[in-house]
Design a protein around this ligand. Structure first.
Ligand SMILES: Cc1cc2nc3c(=O)[nH]c(=O)nc-3n(C[C@H](O)[C@H](O)[C@H](O)COP(=O)(O)OP(=O)(O)OC[C@H]3O[C@@H](n4cnc5c(N)ncnc54)[C@H](O)[C@@H]3O)c2cc1C
Length: 230
């Protein structure tokens, strides 16, 4: 007998670029999750986890997803339209990439879609806990940040974005920071006087960035918590 998995309805879809979208889902039954957790999507037997970008109180699930052109699942996700449904493996959030309240400064380092769990944490906690949030986001192109306006306009957040391909014509209008976010991390920490004794570091996104950030910061005494997407 086929198992009935929880379903969620696509209620919104915003395509930022050809290969980045923000997908909003309404699950059949709203389920508990903590900011930083993920859901597992399932289609034609293929299962992949996606970090939730919305906050638990919002009543919907939002995801920031990148198309991997030759990937097994994301090309199928790109066919989704408003009104379609998608199956999920569980009706609860999973994972242990969670907010650590002990330290005052919360530094969130990410590449592109790796910002998703931080958006959830900030929507839930920003401004209400007394913590200061710093989001340092890297991308190849300046149209890939997704939540830059929201984060830059959130009072308790200092948002810095950097592009790694400043010479590319897609970045012609870019006047902000350049280079990979991991290559700039020590400088950003110094700029805002973020010391190991009162600063929690989170890193989320591609494994190369996470490895480099960890290798640069742990020997200096920073606590680093990571979620690797690929
Ligand atoms: C805890 C967790 C949370 C995640 N959250 C998100 C999220 O919020 N948004 C999101 O887009 N992805 C997220 N991912 C990655 C996601 O689960 C899939 O791996 C990704 O969407 C690719 O799936 P696919 O089946 O299309 O490609 P696959 O067939 O699984 O992969 C094909 C190849 O592409 C590589 N690859 C996977 N992702 C990328 C990428 N983004 N860029 C370049 N190469 C890649 C894989 O390593 C593999 O070599 C998360 C992963 C984990 C473990």
């Amino acid at each position: 007998m086929e198992k009935n998995y929880p379903k969620a309805l696509v209620v919104d879809r915003r395509d930022l670029t050809q290969d980045l979208m923000i997908l909003t889902l309404k699950p059949e039954t709203l389920f508990p999750f903590a900011p930083g957790q993920y859901c597992t999507f399932m289609k034609d037997g293929i299962k992949r986890p996606y970090s939730i970008a919305s906050a638990p109180h919002e009543g919907f699930l939002e995801f920031f997803i990148e198309l991997v052109p030759h990937g097994a699942l994301t090309p199928k996700l790109w066919e989704l339209k408003i009104g379609d449904t998608i199956e999920m493996l569980f009706n609860r959030g999973k994972g242990v990439f969670l907010f650590e309240p002990a330290l005052h400064n919360q530094v969130m380092v990410c590449t592109v879609t790796g910002v998703a769990p931080f958006v959830s944490m900030i929507r839930m906690l920003g401004g209400s806990t007394g913590h200061k949030f710093y989001v340092f986001q890297g991308a190849s192109y300046c149209d890939e940040f997704g939540y830059d306006t929201e984060l830059a306009n959130t009072k308790s957040v200092t948002y810095v974005s950097t592009v790694s391909r400043p010479q590319d014509s897609r970045n012609a209008a870019w006047q902000g920071e350049t280079k990979r976010v991991n290559e700039r991390i020590e400088e950003f920490l110094m700029r805002f006087k973020l010391l190991p004794e009162n600063t929690m570091i989170y890193a989320c996104g591609n494994s190369g960035m996470i490895k480099d950030v960890t290798q640069r910061l742990e020997p200096r005494g920073y606590r680093v918590r990571a979620e690797e997407f690929f």
